[in-house]
Design a protein around this ligand. Structure first.
Ligand code: NI
Length: 180
């Protein structure tokens, strides 16, 4: 089922999300929510979607980049479900790139992100995950885990003058890869 996406201004977008209770993960309702979030992410061609974006203030996010229809040149990121993720910065070198967000439609802006992270979380069946990501993959993780803290990419921008509507950027500047 495709879920309605909350836009900036809806309270869950600005709330600190609550951890998911471990005994909830294997329930039918929670598994259905994960499937619905993946379906919704695909429907709107996002590279990630966090539960606060579907009106639920809980620490759950999904991400995937594979043959993205709008940005075929983007590096691929395997389908990942993150529950209660914790991020540790391994390399704080800032990497600048354009980003967008399904909750802030049509806009893109330049956002510095840390280059490399370690991520620990639970996967969709409650299994422990522990992995290292860098560059674009690390950017997607930072974007989605920010949503779980009530933060959006606008908060991370150093210069709001790089914010613009995507069609205008495409006409005049051509950003290389603006993820959602
Ligand atoms: Ni977003």
């Amino acid at each position: 089922m495709i879920l309605k996406v909350a836009r900036l201004g809806y309270p869950s977008i600005r709330m600190i999300a609550a951890p998911v209770a471990i005994d909830q993960i294997k329930t039918h309702d929670f598994q259905k929510l994960i499937d619905d979030m993946v379906e919704t992410m695909h429907e709107y061609s996002g590279v990630g979607l966090a539960a606060p974006q579907v009106h639920l203030s809980i620490q759950l996010a999904v991400l995937e980049v594979e043959n993205h229809p709008r940005y075929p040149e983007m590096p691929s990121v395997p389908l990942t479900v993150l529950i209660n993720p914790v991020v540790t910065i391994l390399d704080s070198t800032p990497v600048d790139e354009f980003e967008g967000c399904l909750s802030i439609p049509d806009l893109r802006g330049r956002v510095p992100r840390f280059k490399q992270l370690r991520v620990t979380a639970l996967g969709r069946n409650g299994e422990p995950l522990d992995f290292v990501v860098s560059d674009f993959h690390a950017r997607v993780i930072q974007h989605e885990t920010d949503h779980l803290k009530g933060e959006v990419y606008l908060d991370r921008m150093l210069d709001l003058r790089s914010l613009g509507f995507l069609p205008e950027w495409q006409r005049f500047i051509l950003p290389s890869r603006p993820p959602e």
